[in-house]
Ligand binder design. Structure first.
Ligand SMILES: [Zn+2]
Length: 321
């Protein structure tokens, strides 16, 4: 058994009874629970610790990423094209803002860094101080891509955030980067409870999330609503609401702060702006070489002055310590 497999058995557990798992005697393609009759397949070296009766949104997200994490002809991951401004300056804008939070996690050497809902994009820079980068996702394709990026440090587990197949308190640090708002709205507190359960005592957790009430998001929502109203006036009938490509339903900052305080009793919970602009605004501005450069400079200058005002940002970061 490799050391990665030994470490997997140290932290993973049965999702039905939370007992230890062991590899089947016949080989390493099956994990058996030591406490109940459950067994779980290991596909391409990735244990699939999933409940077959998972909720509807989880299956939707899994199906989306099963194709979303495959590379398009140009080499970019399909899922990234939907979410991110992939222009050079757009990427610089996202990365510089997110990298500000690496320092939150880097003051200590840890054993297990848990990357919840990592998809094919494990947060390598954030987990660099962990001996093991534990990737948890619903998408097998995403995890296999993540393992290629992380190499031997990776422990990849196919599982749900709503029922994390890890023992209590094993994750020294946790990141949930742009993951939670894709979970069923009513189930997001369950996911947060699960992160709190697997978090080691005094372990740090970082959550990148959407602020649905930012001025920019409100502006776009009112334009969409007005457009729909105009179309309805012209056509005289109700229009079907177009479903987004991927389920998305963020809670307000006040809801999240209350929820986090409840689920992480005794921890210090805070919120900071992550970035102000969403892709819809940043992409047209940053696509141009010269304009993009100046927009980026201006944005960084403005955002630096707004660090204490998370409500102005379209994306925020929740810090638990
Ligand atoms: Zn069991």
């Amino acid at each position: 058994m490799s050391t990665a497999e030994q470490d997997l058995l140290r932290i993973a557990c049965c999702i039905k009874c939370r007992s230890d798992l062991e590899f089947d005697e016949g080989g390493e393609s099956l994990l058996r629970c030591t406490g109940c009759p459950a067994s779980y397949p290991v596909v391409h070296g990735v244990p699939v610790l999933l409940d077959p009766d998972a909720d509807e949104v989880s299956s939707l997200v899994r199906d989306f990423y099963a194709s979303g994490w495959k590379r398009k002809d140009g080499g970019a991951l399909a899922a990234r094209e939907i979410h991110e401004d992939l222009s050079d300056y757009g990427q610089q804008y996202i990365k510089t803002n997110e990298d500000r939070f690496i320092s939150f996690l880097e003051d200590e050497r840890v054993e297990f860094f848990l990357d919840v809902g990592c998809g094919a994009q494990p947060r390598v820079d954030f987990g660099i101080h962990g001996d093991r980068h534990v990737c948890l996702d619903l998408s097998l394709e995403g995890l296999i891509e993540a393992r290629q990026i992380l190499g031997d440090r990776a422990i990849c587990i196919c599982g749900s955030i709503l029922d994390i197949p890890l023992k209590d308190g094993v994750a020294d640090q946790v990141i949930a980067s742009h993951t939670l708002y894709h979970i069923d709205r009513d189930l997001q507190p369950v996911a947060i409870s699960e992160i709190a359960r697997v978090r080691a005592p005094h372990g740090k957790a970082l959550i990148f999330y959407v602020n649905p009430d930012s001025p920019e998001r409100r502006f776009y929502s009112s334009i969409v609503a007005a457009g729909r109203w105009v179309k309805r006036m012209i056509r005289g009938s109700s229009l079907p609401v177009r479903e987004p490509a991927l389920y998305y339903s963020p809670h307000s900052i006040s809801f999240m702060m209350d929820c986090l305080a409840e689920k992480f009793p005794g921890a210090k919970v805070s919120v900071q702006p992550l970035r102000v602009l969403i892709k819809k605004t940043s992409q047209p501005l940053m696509r141009h070489h010269l304009l993009g450069k100046w927009v980026l400079r201006l944005l960084f200058a403005v955002e630096a002055r707004m660090r204490s005002r998370p409500r102005t940002a379209s994306y925020v970061s929740y810090l638990i310590e």
